[in-house]
Design a protein around this ligand. Structure first.
Ligand code: TXA
Ligand code: MG
Length: 316
């Protein structure tokens, strides 16, 4: 499909801001790689990003902001985070921090975690897009899952051309490698992904990082994922006494103590957008369990099922 690659002119950047505010996807250059951006506070837009990337699970996304003051609305900054933001932002350093209580970012963007990855990019086009959008932008690298990250607009067009409302061409990315991801949620800072900001440069500001052998918390680790307190009963075709029902599609069985439908029309993007919020809403005392109807194992259904299986397995 013909991709809409356009020059990063002021007019196109203003249009990109309007598209993002309307829930559409816009690819734009950062100093590291091209990002596939969406309004981080819009569940549907975030779900569309996962669908476009074809990710088989919900990896949490990096939320892009202009600087520390915008980031501080989303995340809790400690002294280390303040020092690093002052030293390296804007630039290719992503900080994983506790999610703030009032954080407006979609639960899907952070994959249901109680942490959030934030970064302030330095690329002038990325900054202009953030200004134009006026809200935090979630942006994974603009490639399909399993492909290498794109460093030119043409790479993005080849990989995701049909899925994106606009691809802003700002030339090749100067760094060409994804940002350093640094976890600051534990006593010891730990690099989750090496990048242009090196361990030495970080240690020079905040002291030594996690000692070798210290457990590094990978984002996929079960313990860091939201799990329901109530048992989840997957692939349910009927409800048992006392159960709440997380339904999907038009044929929800009757008799549940409470029913929420991920998508009455059977739309997987809508279902993904609703998943984490509905799990939380149903997870309250008074129900015996949450019965979850079968979700097809295709497209975003794979990621939805991956997440449901992890949440259910926690209780074993
Ligand atoms: O340079 C970059 O960081 C680019 C540009 C577009 O900013 N973005 C990027 O995003 O590489 P992505 O989604 O391809 O990689 C994000 C990485 C993943 O490894 C993800 O697991 C990790 O950041 N991450 C995001 N949120 C996290 C969290 N709350 N805890 C731990 N890791 C997190
Ligand atoms: Mg990536």
């Amino acid at each position: 499909m013909a991709a809409r690659v356009v020059p990063a002119s002021p007019e196109n950047i203003a249009r990109a801001g309007a598209l993002l505010r309307a829930g559409r996807l816009v690819a734009f250059p950062t100093e590291t790689v091209y990002g596939l951006g969406c309004d981080a506070t819009d569940d549907r837009a975030v779900a569309a990003v996962f669908a476009a990337k074809g990710r088989p699970e919900f990896n949490p996304l990096i939320v892009h902001v202009l600087g520390r003051s915008e980031a501080a609305v989303l995340a809790e900054f400690d002294a280390r985070a303040d020092t690093l933001a002052a030293g390296f932002w804007p630039g290719p350093l992503t900080l994983v921090l506790p999610r703030s209580a009032a954080c407006p970012v979609s639960l899907l963007a952070t994959a249901g975690l109680d942490t959030i990855a934030v970064r302030a990019p330095s690329h002038p086009v990325a900054r202009a897009v953030l200004e134009a959008a006026g809200r935090p932008i979630a942006a994974p690298s603009a490639n399909r899952s399993g492909e290498v990250s794109p460093t030119t607009a043409a790479h993005v067009a080849d990989s995701l051309g049909g899925e994106v409302a606009m691809i802003l061409d700002g030339g090749p990315c100067p760094v060409g490698l994804e940002s350093t991801v640094l976890d600051l949620t534990g006593a010891h800072a730990a690099i989750l992904r090496p990048g242009a900001v090196t361990e030495e440069a970080i240690a020079a500001r905040i002291g030594p990082l996690a000692p070798p052998g210290a457990a590094v918390r990978a984002p996929g680790m079960l313990a860091r994922h939201y799990a329901t307190r109530l048992p989840l009963r997957l692939k349910a075709h009927e409800v048992r006494p006392g159960e709440a029902l997380l339904a999907f599609g038009p044929d929800a069985p009757m008799g549940a103590a409470h029913t929420l439908n991920l998508s009455p029309g059977g739309d997987l993007v809508e279902a993904a957008a609703n998943l984490f919020a509905m799990m939380r809403t149903l997870d309250r005392p008074g129900f015996s369990a949450i019965a979850v109807m079968p979700i097809p194992e295709q497209g975003l259904g794979q990621a939805i099922n991956d997440r449901l299986r992890r949440a259910a397995a926690r209780l074993a």
